[in-house]
Each structure stands twice: as C-alpha cells, then as structure tokens.
Design a protein around this ligand. Structure first.
Ligand SMILES: [Zn+2]
Length: 156
C-alpha cells in the first residue's frame, strides 16, 4: 500500500510539474520576447530610452541615431543629444552628434578597429542626466538574425 501511494504521488508530481512549467513559460514569453527580441527597424541596436533610440553603424562607420515609439513608429529627434565614448587600443575617442533632419548623425566616424568598448550617452535634452549604454563594438554579422553582432537580437 505504501509503495502504491508513493507511485501515485510520483505520478501526480510528474503530471503537475510540466503543466506548471508550461504555464509559467507562456506567461513569461511575450515579455521576454519584447525585450530580447526587439531590434531597431533599420538593423541597429535599440536602446531603452523614451522614446527608443536606434543606434545604427553605417557602412562607412559613421553612426545614425533614430527615435521610435514602443511600437516602433518613427518619431523625430526632439532635443535629445547623443555622445559616444569609444575606447579602442589607440586611445579613448569622443564622437559627437548633430541633428540632421529628424535624426542625429555622428560628426565623425567610429575609430578604426573592432571589439573595443563603447559607451553611448543619450540625454533627453541637453541639460538632462545622461543614460549610459555600454556594449562592445562587434561588426561581425550574426549567423542567426543576420544583424551586426552589436545589434544582435538572439538570446545567446
Ligand atoms: Zn543574432
């Protein structure tokens, strides 16, 4: 009788556990997808600013920053300022931006090299406290999402 009870308990545990896991996964999935799986509409890295800023490195290594609402509708830059601090082996370099129509464009190109650290500072207006986004410059293309690794939206 004791053995039977044990088996029943084990079966119940097995039966309940997967259901529970599935429920939790379903509840978490949309949230996780929104944050990990959302990239900039032009292939750049989407920064958690309000509105979102897309940091896009162009082929000539200049940088374009565009702004988007939560559902990725473009909005014109409105007083935001962006500064990039690049830290290549050759020495720290500051890249300034200027408004160009509805977007911000870097005045200079990113320094030579790859794999160095970047800090992107975004201010909602010139005198606001900056939001800092640190990541590695990685211009290789991700084999899965086909975006630059610096803007990869895969979970790895
Ligand atoms: Zn990827």
């Amino acid at each position: 009788m004791k053995t039977l009870l044990c088996l029943l308990t084990a079966a119940a545990a097995l039966g309940v556990a997967p259901t529970f896991t599935a429920t939790v996964a379903a509840a978490d999935a949309p949230h996780e997808h929104r944050h990990k799986g959302q990239g900039g509409p032009n292939g750049g890295r989407l920064l958690e600013t309000e509105p979102h800023a897309e940091f896009l490195i162009e082929k000539d290594r200049s940088v374009t920053v565009r702004f988007f609402t939560d559902d990725l509708k473009p909005v014109a830059a409105a007083g935001q300022t962006v500064t990039v601090l690049a830290d290549p082996k050759a020495g720290k370099t500051r890249v300034e931006f200027e408004k160009s129509g509805e977007v911000l464009k870097s005045k200079t190109r990113l320094p030579e090299g790859d794999g160095y650290n970047l800090v992107v500072q975004v201010r909602s207006k010139p005198d606001a406290k900056p939001q800092n986004f640190r990541f590695k410059l990685d211009l290789a293309t991700c084999g899965e999402c086909k975006r630059g690794e610096y803007a990869c939206i895969c979970a790895h």
